[in-house]
Design a protein around this ligand. Structure first.
Ligand code: GAF
Length: 382
């Protein structure tokens, strides 16, 4: 949680609306391993971070709800009736989507005022979207005493993203942002939507994110297209999701599907296995195995699932060539955003200088480097 951000949002709320708000903090997430497996009802291994969205909310007595997006310095007013996604709506569609999806469950909301701001770099694959969705659904639940469970809330967040933002995402981001635990990652089964908590200690190694600053836009059809491919192959296999596929069953239909679709489905099967192996390696303190699995995951994402880009591949290749890096891979939806890296603690400073220089030389632009702190999920801040 970022106290400074929370204070700033609270101060702005008081000065705009002259009342004391309820304060919510909702984090973004990292993902150790298990990419594009969530919408295949498979396994993922995310954690909430200390970067997130601070949201101030209070009821109002008017016939409109008002939202001020502090980072963008934009005010937006809307009525709670007949909510529809806006064309080019940006952040507004997350707000409208949450309100609409709550009301679609039969709940009638009263009007409210909001100020929110965040410190998650947008497009970095750290899920500022889920943080915003969760902060609002959580805030409304508290404010109007709706009695929604955390699981109901994340399903509302996911629906808002599907129906108002247009990204047919899985449940990983909303889950990690809601249920995150300090110092831990969550091995999440996306079919049962239940997780096991793993205390994370990479011993001599530190987690570092490197942002390519290439902005991915998940609503780009590429993300939804990957999901469609997976569903198409599942249909061919007569199963409800690729979670139930095996290499053998996939090989049995190899001649009925394209090579591209075969590779994508194979990636999902293998990535699910890698998540399980990663969890076992954490339990066994097998640090080297963790690094290997990260590299294998990236290879699959890049060459089979085809959601990487040249900047991400460059960063991973650079990591591989450095013996002080245990493992690295692209993180999140892909097409830009960050790599996640395990680097020898004593070498982090040197590595940062080195990779910044090389990235600039290669692409003529800067990359950004972030430390990661595994943190609690969405909460009220007193
Ligand atoms: C994005 C989506 F929102 C997640 O549901 C997940 O599919 C991820 O991409 C890829 O693992 O963050």
């Amino acid at each position: 949680m970022n106290k400074k951000l929370v204070k700033e949002v609270e101060r702005n709320f008081k000065s705009y609306f002259n009342t004391k708000p309820l304060m919510i903090f909702s984090p973004g997430r990292i993902n150790l391993i298990g990419e594009h497996t969530d919408y295949n009802e498979g396994y993922v291994f995310p954690a909430a971070t200390n970067k997130g969205i601070a949201l101030a909310i209070q009821k109002n007595n008017s016939d409109k709800s008002k939202v001020y997006a502090l980072n963008m310095q934009e005010m937006y007013e809307f009525s709670l009736q007949k909510l529809e996604a806006l064309k080019e709506g940006g952040w507004k569609n997350y707000i409208l989507g949450i309100v609409a999806e709550i009301q679609n469950t039969g709940i009638k909301l009263g009007n409210f005022n909001i100020v929110f701001a965040g410190n998650i770099p947008s497009g970095a694959g750290m899920s500022s979207s889920a943080a915003l969705e969760n902060s609002l659904v959580f805030g409304l639940n508290e404010l109007f005493d709706l009695g929604l469970s955390k699981k109901q809330m994340i399903l509302i967040s996911q629906k808002a993203e599907h129906n108002f933002v247009g990204v047919k995402c899985g449940i990983m981001d909303q889950y990690a942002s809601m249920f995150g635990e300090k110092g831990s990652a969550l091995l999440l089964d996306c079919r049962t939507v239940k997780s096991q908590t793993y205390k994370i200690d990479f011993k001599k190694y530190k987690l570092i994110l490197i942002n390519t600053n290439v902005k991915h836009d998940l609503s780009e059809s590429a993300y939804n297209n990957r999901r469609e491919v997976c569903e198409k192959v599942s249909n061919k296999l007569n199963i409800s999701a690729l979670r139930d596929a095996s290499k053998e069953s996939l090989n049995a239909i190899k001649n009925d599907i394209s090579e591209e679709d075969y590779q994508k489905a194979l990636y999902v099967i293998q990535e699910n296995e890698r998540v399980q192996l990663f969890a076992k390696a954490i339990q066994a303190d097998d640090i080297d195995e963790l690094g290997n699995l990260l590299y294998q995951s990236h290879h699959g994402l890049s060459s089979q699932y085809k959601v990487s880009c040249k900047e991400l591949d460059f960063l991973v290749e650079n990591a591989k060539a450095n013996s002080n890096v245990l493992g690295a891979r692209m993180m999140g939806g892909g097409f830009g955003g960050c790599t996640i890296n395990l680097i020898l603690k004593t070498e982090v400073q040197k590595f940062r200088r080195d990779v910044s220089k090389k990235f600039k030389k290669e692409f003529g632009r800067d990359c950004s480097i972030y430390k990661v702190k595994l943190s609690e999920g969405t909460q009220v801040i007193d």
